[in-house]
Design a protein around this ligand. Structure first.
Ligand code: FNR
Length: 190
C-alpha cells in the first residue's frame, strides 16, 4: 500500500549522524512508502501568544503534517531527553488548542547515538509526548542505533549488512503498522 511519511530530523547539526540515518532510511524504505522531510530549522520558539496568528514557518509545519499519512522521528538524545528544537516543533504542531496536527497521525521513533545505549532515554521521553498528542505509535520494533564513523556514507548507504537489514525491516514494519492504523480507522474519518 502507498503512504506518504514525513520525517523529522531532531538535530540541526551540519554533520548530524541522525540526518545520515534518515538518509539511509529513505534509501531502505519499501516500495510504496514515500519519504519527505518536514523541516524544523526555521521555527521560532513557540509561545501561546502565537496561537491567534501562527507565523509562516509554523503554518508550513502544520500544513506539511496534514499532507502526510504518518510521521517518523529520527532523533539524537540531548542530556537524556528530546533535543529542544524537536520538542519546540512538536509544541507548535500540537497547537492551537483543538487543532493538534499529531492527533491520530501514526508515528514511529528511531535514533542514533555515538554512545552504546544510543537515544533510548530520549525515545522514551519522546514517546510520552507523542502519547499525550494522541499519535498512534509503532511500539515494536524499537531501534537504538549505535553509530560508528563509517556506518552510513554520504549517499545514505549502510556499510554493515546486519544493520542495513535491520533498518530495512524497521521501515517495512512501519509500512505495515500504518496500513493497520488506516484499516482500523478509515482515512476519511481520521
Ligand atoms: C549529546 N550527546 C548525547 N548522547 C547520548 O547518547 N545521550 C545524551 O544524553 C547526550 N547528550 C548530548 C547533549 C548535547 C547538547 C549534545 C550536543 C550531544 C552526544 C550525541 O549522541 C552526539 O553528539 C550525536 O552526534 C548527536 O546526534 P547528531 O546531532 O549528530 O544527529
Amino acid at each position: 500500500s502507498d503512504f506518504i511519511v514525513g520525517y523529522f530530523v531532531g538535530s540541526l547539526s551540519s554533520t548530524s549522524i541522525n540526518r545520515k540515518l534518515a538518509q539511509a532510511l529513505v534509501r531502505l524504505a519499501p516500495e510504496g512508502l514515500h519519504m519527505r522531510e518536514i523541516a524544523i530549522r526555521d521555527l521560532p520558539l513557540y509561545s501561546q501568544d502565537y496561537d491567534a496568528d501562527y507565523p509562516p514557518p509554523a503554518r508550513a509545519l502544520k500544513q506539511a503534517i496534514a499532507e502526510v499519512d504518518a510521521v517518523l522521528f529520527v532523533t539524537p538524545e540531548y542530556n537524556r531527553s528530546i533535543p529542544g528544537g524537536l520538542k519546540n516543533a512538536i509544541d507548535w504542531a500540537s497547537r492551537p488548542w483543538g487543532q493538534n496536527s499529531l492527533a491520530r497521525k501514526p508515528s514511529a521513533v528511531i535514533g542514533a547515538s555515538i554512545g552504546a545505549i544510543g537515544t533510548a532515554v530520549a525515545q522514551q521521553s519522546l514517546r510520552s509526548v507523542l502519547s499525550f498528542c494522541n499519535s498512534p505509535q509503532m511500539n515494536a520494533p524499537e531501534a537504538y542505533i549505535h553509530f560508528t564513523p563509517d556506518l552510513v556514507d554520504e549517499e545514505g548507504r549502510v556499510s554493515k549488512p546486519d544493520t542495513e537489514e535491520f533498518l530495512r525491516d524497521y521501515m517495512s514494519a512501519f509500512q505495515q503498522f500504518i496500513a493497520r492504523v488506516y484499516t482500523a480507522i478509515p482515512r476519511e474519518v481520521r
